[in-house]
Each structure stands twice: as C-alpha cells, then as structure tokens.
Design a protein around this ligand. Structure first.
Ligand SMILES: NC(=O)c1ccc[n+]([C@@H]2O[C@H](COP(=O)([O-])OP(=O)(O)OC[C@H]3O[C@@H](n4cnc5c(N)ncnc54)[C@H](OP(=O)(O)O)[C@@H]3O)[C@@H](O)[C@H]2O)c1
Length: 304
C-alpha cells in the first residue's frame, strides 16, 4: 500500500472504539462512525457507509452488547451482530480491505474446565452469544482479509462497564453481593486497542507473510482468571482515592442467587496461545491491566 491507509472505525464511541481512536490516531486517514452517523441495523446504511469511506482497513468495534436485553430483542441483536458484520465482510472482500472484528467468550457454554481454544466447539447459552457467533461465521464465510478477536469481560476508562459500575457502587453502598461462580479474564479496552494496532501495522507492513499465515480467528484477553467477586475485591483494594475513602464489604454469591435474563458461561477463560504464537502479542496479567486503568482514571478524572 502506498501512502497512509484509510481507516474506518465503526462503533467509534463505544469502549473499544474510543481506544482504537487513540491507538490508531497516527496510523492513517481516520473516518469515525457511530450511531449518530449510521444505524447498523439498516443494511443499506452499512453498505453506503463503507462505500463512502472507501477504507483500506475497517475496524468494527460496534456491536449490540446489551446481553440481557438481547433476550427480548433477538432480531435487533442479529441485525447488528450478524448482518452488519456480514455486509462489512462482503464490502471488504469486494475492495480488498482488511476487516478487523471483535467477538466474545460468550460463544462458549462454559462447561470446559481448562481455557477454551479457537478450535473448541461453540455452544452459546444466550441470544447475544448466538448473534456474535453468527457474525463470526458470516465473516469467515465471506473470507478475504479478516481478523476476528474474541475477547472477554471488557472494561476501561470510558463507557458502561463493570469497573466504573463497581467504583460507583463502592462509593454508595456499605456491602455488595457478587457472583463468585463465573470466572473469566477481565480485559481492558486500552490493551485490546494497542494489540490490534500492533497486529494491523504488522499485517499492513507484510511482517506476517501472506493471508494464509495471519487471517482468521484469535482469542485476545488479559492473562490469568478471576471470578466477578474476586474482580470486585481487587478493584476495591486498588482503587484508593477513587472510592472517596469507602471500602465496601463484598459477599460472594452463586449465579443462581442473582437471576438475570441471559444465562452466562461458568468458565469464560479463553487461551491466547494462538495469538502469541502467530503474532508474538501477549496482553498483560489482568491485575496489571487493572492498575493501568485505575492510574488513567486517577490522572484523567480525579473527581470521578
Ligand atoms: N463489553 C464486553 O464485556 C465484551 C466482552 C466480549 C466481547 N466484546 C465485544 O467487543 C466489541 C466492543 O465492545 P464494547 O464493550 O466496546 O461495546 P460498547 O461499549 O457497547 O460499544 C458498542 C458500540 O456499538 C454501537 N452500536 C450498537 N448498535 C448500533 C447500531 N444499531 N448502530 C450504530 N451503532 C451501534 C454502540 O452505540 P450506542 O452506545 O449508541 O448503543 C456503541 O458505540 C464488541 O464486538 C463486543 O461484542 C465485548
């Protein structure tokens, strides 16, 4: 490719989208799209968006991510999580663009006792997982230059996420009951974006050889594992000033004691070995990544 690539970021103001904006800010000519400029549930709008931007790289950070609401809105979840990525893949194939897409640990049913690998059989327990799996399949069927990164338990300095919710609840409540029988790897939007930048830059520079060497599906999470309850405790232990001097007591409970619309997998831990072997990329242990986000919050939003 001669000159700087044209990069289209879809879902540019979601958690991952915002960090992709930061990470790719000097990587090329950037076009940002989010709900105020495109409705991804409208097929013609998705196609027109790509044709107008004529990108060399599409970074799709958009998704219908409301896991419980999806149980009541399966058509909307499928439109955004299956049809929109399918159209992105078709358009990318037509022009030779690279499509980067994110998927989820929720494609698995959580029954395995060791980390899930890319070749394990998915069996989603909920509508969100089903729609995301369908999106993966649509991209894979189209073929071409694509990278799908399955990640888990995403949080960061912006948006609606577990860390920011816990910091708010931690300031408001004396005690909290938190699910302790689901384990996963909390993963920051910051590291996802930076790892994506490193891999995309390498692909564009020809560092990973031809398509057959790098295109495909990869797991991309922080290393290590923790339950939601353990994650909350770690947040409270490390948050310092962000809790205004409060320290809530955390009581572990079972998933069955916290009824929600969508069933979640018990073991959400996914192996990153393929990512490391293919690209030499490895995200931090989740504790170190948490410290980095807390540092950013303390620096950027002292009055949080
Ligand atoms: N969050 C997690 O824990 C998690 C875990 C595993 C995988 N992932 C995957 O990681 C990726 C990034 O997730 P995230 O946490 O950054 O999600 P997010 O913060 O919810 O951002 C998603 C973005 O998509 C936009 N969007 C949704 N429906 C749309 C529509 N019909 N038209 C236009 N824009 C629409 C949202 O806009 P609005 O804000 O206006 O709705 C939002 O800006 C997704 O593929 C997700 O499935 C996330």
């Amino acid at each position: 490719m001669s000159g700087k690539p044209r990069i289209l970021i879809v879902g540019a103001y979601g958690q991952v989208g915002r960090e992709l904006q930061r990470s790719f800010s000097d990587a090329g000519e950037i076009t940002l799209r989010d709900r105020d400029t495109v409705d991804l549930a409208q097929a013609d709008e998705v196609r027109a968006m790509v044709r107008d931007a004529a990108p060399d790289v599409i970074l799709n950070a958009a998704a219908y991510t409301a896991v419980d609401r999806a149980e009541a809105e399966p058509e909307m979840a499928m439109a955004v999580n299956e049809r929109a990525p399918r159209i992105l893949a078709e358009e990318a194939l037509r022009t030779g663009a690279l499509l980067v897409h994110y998927s989820t640990d929720y494609v698995f049913d959580g029954s395995k006792t060791s980390p899930w690998v890319e070749t394990d059989k998915p069996n989603p327990l909920n509508v969100y997982g089903t729609s995301k799996l369908a999106g993966e399949a649509a991209i894979q069927k189209a073929g071409g230059k694509y990278l799908i990164f399955r990640t888990s338990w995403v949080y960061g300095p912006h948006g609606s996420n577990y860390l920011l919710t816990m910091l708010r609840l931690g300031r408001e409540r004396e005690s909290l009951k938190i699910v302790d029988d689901q384990i996963g790897a909390p993963t920051t939007s910051i590291e996802l974006a930076d790892a994506t930048r490193a891999i995309v830059s390498g692909v564009l520079a020809g560092q990973f050889g031809d398509l057959s060497n790098w295109a495909g599906l990869y797991h991309m999470t922080s290393s290590g594992a923790v339950s939601w309850c353990g994650f909350a405790r770690a947040i409270f232990e490390r948050a310092g000033d962000l809790l205004d001097g409060k320290m809530p007591v955390v009581h572990p409970i079972l998933s069955s004691e916290y009824p929600v619309a969508a069933k979640r997998p018990q073991n959400s831990v996914i192996s990153n070995e393929k990512l490391r072997a293919r690209f030499g990329v490895q995200l931090s242990p989740w504790e170190a990544a948490l410290d980095a986000v807390l540092l950013r919050l303390k620096a950027d939003r002292p009055g949080l």
